[in-house]
Write a protein that binds this ligand. Sequence first.
Ligand code: SF4
Ligand code: SF4
Length: 376
Amino acid sequence: MEINKFFPEIHGNFGFGCMRLPMVQNKVDYVEFTKMADTFINAGFNYFDTAHGYIGGQSETAIGDCVASRYSRDKFLLTNKLTDPYFKKQEDIRPFFMQQLAWCKVDYFDFYLMHAQNRNNYEKYKRCKAYETAYEFKKEGLIKHLGLSFHDKADVLDMILTEHPEIEIVQIQFNYADYEDASVESRKVYEVCEKHDKPVLVMEPVKGGSLVNLPPEADKILRGLNGGSNASYAIRFAASFPKMAVVLSGMSNMEQMTDNISAMKDFMPLDEKEMDAVHKVCDIFRSMNLIPCTSCRYCIEENECPKGIRIPDMFSSLNAHEAFHNWNTTFYYKNVITGNGHGKASDCIRCGKCEKVCPQHLEIRNLLTKVASIFE
Ligand code: SF4
Ligand code: SF4
């Protein structure tokens, strides 16, 4: 297995995301998780990712019981995160962090991330000096590397990385379906990481599983390749970009584990034919987009919506919802309406100014009613 090109302690470029572990009657299935962890480590990998919010705290304790208690500390790397609801002021951060170490049965984390940063919660992290506190942990040897995970627009990431050059790694949502998506902005967010020369951790490479069960015509295209699974093409797509340090997969059973390992053990970037096939799959998704909004943004840049409604971002969320029925679209819709006086779809007063400038002649007012009915 190749040594990671950014962090030599990471084996390969594939990580075990522990947010969707196998469950039995609302408890993590320790027998299955232990087998999966053993298979992962025996295949040569060592990067595990958790957060306190995953499975209501069970992800951390399962890692403590099934991994940390059974392997010496040099056999695995562990990433944990500081998540918004678990602190109110700076003084809360250290006791919470020490608890996280105890839950995971380790005495340091290899990576510690400021979790799910966006324009809104970043203000709280600043107010509570969260970045500075985590940097203290690094100086004390309680974490090896400091990073952040991110869920917002590229300009917000640019601002955070400019204000915090000490950040060593950035976790982003990145997959072929979100690559040009106007609400997720995978490509643009990735380019900000490139600009700041930060290695990238990929989350949601299969879009929460949406890129596994493809529409039949898209499935047929990938079946015409060399026999890899749909998930394998999605994961290898994400890993094919030069700044990608680790692609995480939130695996829930052994079948997913063995499939992912076979794609990533001797990783090869997508070749030209495979990349071409993935682009064709993207074209099919685009053809499914029920709202033919081109994200030209005329409706918000040439017209001042009196309610500050981010129309193309809302349409993008709705399209993703229609194509994938994905939980994450509600999360992104919430981001679209957060901050700077941005209105909800239902705030539209139907003045019609936006429709006058839309080159696609979209019935924006009616479409916003649909957006509101689904997300609000
Ligand atoms: S019709 Fe609605 S969305 Fe369009 S400009 Fe008026 S308030 Fe904004
Ligand atoms: S003007 Fe029309 S096509 Fe352009 S972003 Fe707005 S809704 Fe989409």
